[in-house]
Design a protein around this ligand. Structure first.
Ligand code: HGY
Ligand code: MN
Ligand code: MN
Length: 418
């Protein structure tokens, strides 16, 4: 068979996306499967069943990463694809899920066409990519590549107080495979763009050049609760006001710096959270990102300056805790070229672009030649139940993944290899 004419089964891919989306449904089209919850377990069980039905060899490691492998003609590390199936609480049905299910689909396509590969081919899902319940994000793939010890990861506390290792045991996904893993020979991840660029440019495929740096910080502001009516303004130590100033400064830092600098305050809680009490305590998170590490550090410093001056002026104490800090990552040039050539061979419009969102690929890039493929997000929406990608774009992305995996299988890879 002419391998270049091989295509995935679009109906089967879409059906699996719908079947997985039905687990932990959120509003009419979204999903809520926060890491290591019962919904995550249910989603894992369904995907593992699909992997087993294909006769793949399943490996579950100590942090719950699941890797399913089809043997190649020669033994050795696989050409690996995959992503994540945990979601944020108000997630869509494509973020992460597409990359895992397209990986299963490409393997099923190889099996039913009786096509053998030189090297093993694997598809996996990594634990807690979102980091929304247990920070940092990309936690499972970070442990997989040795960026965080398994022991430390198992002790991480969730925003709801649960302990990661206990939850992993509770859902039955604390596996025997060692962390860090033996690196794959290459890793390639299909993912929705989650931004507006492909749609704005009218392009179908994003040839991803790298991932921007990420800085997550939690601030705990401690002031003094007091009566809202009787306390003169100059005598207040108002944690609510200070939190609002930090949030405003985060937005203003991004505005002043421009370029690719972004800043988000996604969590903010006041205590005692009552209409007539000056807040004694405020907890908030600041998410800063930039493709340039120097600029990301500059943004962090500007927030730090604001925090220090507020401690002084408002007579409060402000504790900060880093929840995630990853420098920008550049993907492997050979993998980038394979994705670009594959898209062009398939007659698909494509553009090179960095990723604004974090991905497991940014961790795998530490240990093997790695790249990503993007498909468009309608209106650039994601982390939102209305996240949407047109069927033809989903199928196009999955075919670029299939053909890229075949090209990687045949290639002499120059990048970092174990
Ligand atoms: O935060 C991120 O960029 C990813 O969705 N975990
Ligand atoms: Mn994702
Ligand atoms: Mn996400």
């Amino acid at each position: 068979m002419d391998l270049q004419s091989l295509r995935i089964n679009g109906d089967r891919l879409i059906q699996r996306i719908e079947d997985l989306a039905a687990i932990g449904p959120y509003e009419s089209t979204g999903s809520c499967r926060l890491a290591l919850t019962d919904e995550d377990r249910e989603g894992r069980d369904l995907v593992v069943t699909w992997m087993k039905d294909l006769g793949l060899e399943i490996s579950i490691d100590g942090i719950g990463n699941v890797i399913a492998t089809r043997p190649g003609n020669i033994d050795g590390p696989p050409t690996l694809t995959g992503s994540h199936i945990d979601t944020v609480a108000t997630g869509g049905r494509y973020d992460g899920n597409l990359g895992v299910l397209a990986g299963i689909e490409l393997i099923e396509t190889l099996i039913e066409n009786e096509i053998d590969t030189q090297h093993p081919v694997g598809v996996g899902f990594f634990t807690d990519e979102e980091g929304a319940r247990f920070p940092p994000d990309m936690l499972g793939s970070l442990v997989y590549v040795g960026g965080l010890s398994l022991e430390e990861a198992l002790e991480i506390e969730a925003i709801d107080g649960a302990i990661l290792g206990e939850e992993l045991t509770r859902i039955g996904y604390r596996g025997p495979a060692p962390c860090p893993a033996i690196p794959p020979r290459a890793f390639i991840e299909l993912h929705i763009e989650q931004g507006p660029l492909l749609e704005d440019e009218g392009k179908t495929i994003g040839v991803v050049t790298g991932v921007q740096g990420i800085s997550w910080t939690e601030y705990v502001v401690k002031g003094q609760s007091n009566h809202a009516g009787t306390t003169p303004m100059h005598l207040r130590h108002d944690a609510g006001y200070v939190a609002a100033r930090i949030a405003t400064e985060a937005r203003e830092v991004a505005t002043r710096m421009g370029g690719r600098q972004v800043a988000t305050v996604g969590r903010m809680n006041l205590h005692p959270d009552l209409v007539n009490v000056v807040a004694r305590e405020a907890r908030l998170t600041v998410d800063l990102r930039n493709t340039d590490e120097t600029l990301l550090v500059e943004a962090e410093n500007q927030i730090k300056e604001c925090v220090n001056s507020l401690e002084e002026s408002e007579g409060v104490t402000i504790e900060s805790r880093s929840l995630a800090r990853f420098e920008p990552v550049v993907f492997d040039q050979q993998v980038i070229e394979i994705v670009s050539e594959t898209a062009s061979d398939l007659g698909l419009s494509a553009t090179h672009m960095p990723s604004g969102a974090g991905h497991d690929a940014q961790m795998l890039a530490r240990v093997c030649p790695t790249g990503m493929i993007f498909v468009p997000s309608k209106d650039g929406i994601s982390h939102n139940p209305n996240e949407h990608t047109d069927r033809e774009d989903l199928v196009a992305g999955a075919n670029v993944l299939l053909q890229s995996v075949l090209a990687l299988d045949a290639a002499e890879l120059q990048g970092t290899q174990q």
